[in-house]
Write a protein that binds this ligand. Structure first.
Ligand SMILES: [Zn+2]
Length: 426
């Protein structure tokens, strides 16, 4: 009692802090930097005219973006610097890291309204801005494109029972699937994001600042900075059949899938996420074997972008409510816990399809009306909508399926049954 409370900035002392690694002075982001920043002309059709995205510490020369690279894990990178394991001044060595496959450029990359949540030139910064990088500018890729093979137990079963047949190129004899995949970090053009959601950009910036606990003061103090690298998860795109088919008029089979770790990775049976993912991968393989190109876009939006804690709280509320887990209460339980039924904002989702140059999806493997509406609203045509077959739906997931069908999800089957009940806790 009576002891004065003191606060020491972590960068000033500490046994693990290296003075060469952590700056001793703090430059507040609310102060305009002393170096000229690279101008950004969002929606310019060429990378040089558009200008490089430069994020980083507030004293980064030429900095023109709020936030940090690497999305959600940018916080871990900061911890690595603080703990002395990473030199804050480390410059990425981009030797041999360029994309394995060329994506674009496409005409719609030059439409400032068509792409607002990613940098279309994010995969090719060393190609476009090599001279600037050589001159010391800290310009980093926000997209990486590589190739790999997928080995999925369901695919091996499909090959064994003959429902998929290896062709030695798309599907190999050992059951592995050849893919090109792209990892995409979010790069938000704030005026375009605001317009997509129909809100005033100043309101959007202020609320983003406030609701992240004041994490990015520049959202309100630097209205001249339009680019924001939000600390959220990104998107991974898997292309089956070769990305060159995106440009030759081949039909597109696609699924846009929102992360569900419990089902996708661990096989939890309360939802249809992994079965849908497998259906999409297998659909992409079989369609690619007939000349199509398959695209599975995987968005890190766990628990309808409300997070896994909210999701598990909702599971408890569903199973414990009077009358048990029943389809008619499915959406209500989420809203009771989270205040909203869904925070995934599919309005931004089509950006990745625009980045891939897709203007028509021949087969969309999804029942979601929100996803369908967002895709069509973005100017991309959709041919057939493909729902999950009943035999792929786990018994406990019928509550979700019937609730979604009643809420307007696409389905060729008859009327939904809102009295469908799920399993009680074991
Ligand atoms: Zn799920």
């Amino acid at each position: 009692m009576g002891q004065p409370r003191t606060f020491t900035f972590p960068g000033e002392v500490g046994p693990k802090m290296s003075e060469t690694q952590v700056p001793n002075t703090v430059r507040l982001t609310s102060h305009v930097g002393s170096t000229a920043r690279f101008p950004i002309v969002w929606g310019a059709s060429g990378p040089l005219e558009r200008g490089p995205i430069v994020a980083g510490a507030p004293d980064t020369p030429g900095r023109n973006a709020i936030g940090a690279h690497h999305g959600a894990v940018s916080v871990y990178r900061a911890v690595a610097v603080a703990a002395g394991g990473l030199d804050a001044a480390h410059v990425p060595d981009l030797t041999d890291t360029t994309p394995t496959d060329v994506i674009g450029p496409w005409p719609r990359w030059g439409d400032p309204k068509a792409l607002v949540s990613l940098d279309p030139f994010g995969a090719t910064v060393s190609e476009h801005y090599g001279d600037l990088i050589a001159g010391g500018a800290r310009i980093q890729p926000s997209i990486a494109v590589t190739r790999s093979r997928l080995r999925l137990p369901e695919t091996e079963v499909a090959v064994a029972v003959g429902s998929l047949e290896p062709d030695g190129d798309i599907l190999h004899e050992d059951g592995s699937i050849g893919v090109t995949k792209a990892a995409i970090e979010p790069v938000w053009y704030l005026p375009g994001i605001a317009e997509r959601f129909g809100v005033d950009v100043h309101t959007l910036r202020r609320v983003l600042f406030e609701q992240t606990g004041g994490m990015f003061p520049e959202l309100v103090t630097r209205p001249d900075l339009d680019i924001f690298l939000p600390p959220i998860g990104g998107t991974t795109v898997y292309i089956i059949g070769g990305p060159e088919r995106l440009s030759d008029g081949s039909p597109v089979t696609a699924r846009v899938h929102d992360e569900c770790n419990g089902s996708d990775v661990f096989g939890s049976d309360i939802c249809t996420c992994r079965p849908y993912l497998i259906q999409a991968v297998h659909g992409c393989v079989s369609d690619a074997q007939k000349g199509s190109v398959g695209v599975v876009a995987y968005f890190r939006k766990e628990g309808r972008a409300l997070g896994e804690v909210t999701k598990f709280l909702v599971y408890n509320a569903r199973k414990r409510q009077p009358g048990g887990d029943v389809a008619r209460e499915y959406f209500n339980r989420t809203e009771c816990v989270a205040g909203v039924q869904d925070a995934r904002f599919q309005q931004l989702m089509p950006d990745v399809l625009v980045w891939l140059g897709i203007d028509r999806i021949e087969r969309l493997i999804s029942m979601s009306n929100e996803k369908y509406d967002a895709i069509v609203s973005s100017g991309i045509e959709v041919g057939d909508r493909v729902e999950i077959p009943p035999e792929s739906i786990p018994a406990d997931a019928w509550v979700e399926i019937e609730a979604k069908r009643a809420a307007g999800y696409f389905s060729s089957r008859g009327a939904s049954d809102l009295a469908t009940e799920g399993r009680e806790f074991d």
